[in-house]
Structures are given as structure tokens and as C-alpha cells.
Design a protein around this ligand. Sequence first.
Ligand SMILES: [Zn+2]
Length: 258
Amino acid sequence: MAENHRELLAFLLDLESRISPLRYPESGQSWFETIVGDGDVLLSAPHACRHMRDGAEKMGEEYTAALVQYVAHATGNSAIFTCRKSDEDPNWLATGEYKSMLAQLVRDYGIRLVVDLHGMTNRHHMGIALGTIYGAASKDVDVVPPFLRHGFERVAVDTVAPPLELPGGIQQSPGTGAERHGFTLVVDHPRFTGGVRNQTVTRFVSEQLGIAAVQVEIASVNRIVHRASTTDWPFEYRGNPTGISATVDALSELAGVI
Ligand SMILES: [Zn+2]
């Protein structure tokens, strides 16, 4: 492993270890944190920890909190990310504490682009899925080139195979099938449009706050430095250091484009 990858992975591992994705906050604690930078980009990770959606518990999207913190610090930009379990799903409910705080950050710090990070499993055959609501959310920001410059290859939506539906569904190793599609980039896949149907962060930002937004769904292979086997998901897993590094570089460049 290249030395620079080793350093990056150690940083991400440390940042991820500081959140408590399975625990509700105790009194006086919040379930999300913010970082204020000098730049005009806000990185967001609303699903970094376990959360409830319509009464069902949803798993946290691992390393999305680490990624937004790393990129915000590396580029001098702002961030908002969940740090503890919550009953609110900011990417599902039209309003809530997270969206209120995000709106406040956008207003107070002259934010012009919100990059909302999410995690998908490798079973979708995509390394990165950008959701721009068919361009309506990203407005005049060209969100694709930073990814192409860091090794991702854009493919047409209709060339992507249907998700793997193996027995047990998500209870598969997150590594299944990742080797072949880790660097595949898709824009506005019907499953990951950024909010054509749902009250996503991306939709809220573009429609309610009037600035550009993009949803970035990152496959496990490009995001998870290391996860231990748990009772929820009994697989130890390590993503691809080269893919994680390329993702960080592309996000950092994206955070510098405006
Ligand atoms: Zn998500």
C-alpha cells in the first residue's frame, strides 16, 4: 500500500472512531456536529449513524462522517454530519433539526454548494452514483469532471446491471462483486436521482435554499476503511485503498470548484 494511502486511511479510521453510530445522545449531547470553514462549500453526511425512517431502523452509512470531516478540513470548507443515533431521518423528512441547522449554516456562511454524502453497498454495480435531480439540483455546477480526473469512468445508466439480489439480501459481505465496478460512475441512476421522489437534503437545498446541491452515493469499496464483524452484519470488511483515496481526491476537488 502506498504510504500516502496508509496515512489517509489512518486519518479516516480515527475520525470514524470518534462518532457513536449506535448510541442515542445523552442529555446535553447532540446527534449531529458541524464544522465551520472559510470556503463556500458545505459537506453533509445525514446518514452516518443509525436512524429511524417510518418506524424502521436504518443502519448508518459507514465512513460518511469521516469523509465529510476529512474533506472539509483538507479544503477549508464547512460540514454537518450525524455523530449519534437519531429518530430523525434528514434525507426523508421535509423538515427537522438537521435541515434547520444546515439552512442556518448556508445562510450564515454564504454557502453556494452542498455536497451530500451517502453510502450504498457494492451490490448496485456502481462505485459512485451522483444524484442531481437531472441537473435541477446541481444548477450550473459541473459536478462530474472532478471524479473523471481521479480515475472514475462514467457509464450510461442503462448499462448498469440490476443490483445483486443474493439470498439474505443485504446480509452479504459488502465486498461482493466490487472489484469490477469500483471506478464506475453513474449520474442520476433512477434509484439515486438525489430526490425526484423523496424529501432529500439535495432537494431541500436546491428548492428551498436556492443553491446548488449534489447527492454522492459511495459504494462500500470506496468508503469503508475497515469495519469489524457485528451481529447486524457479520462481515469484516476492508474497502479498496486506491478507491477510497480517489474518492477523497475527487470530493476535495469538487469542494474547490466554486
Ligand atoms: Zn443515505
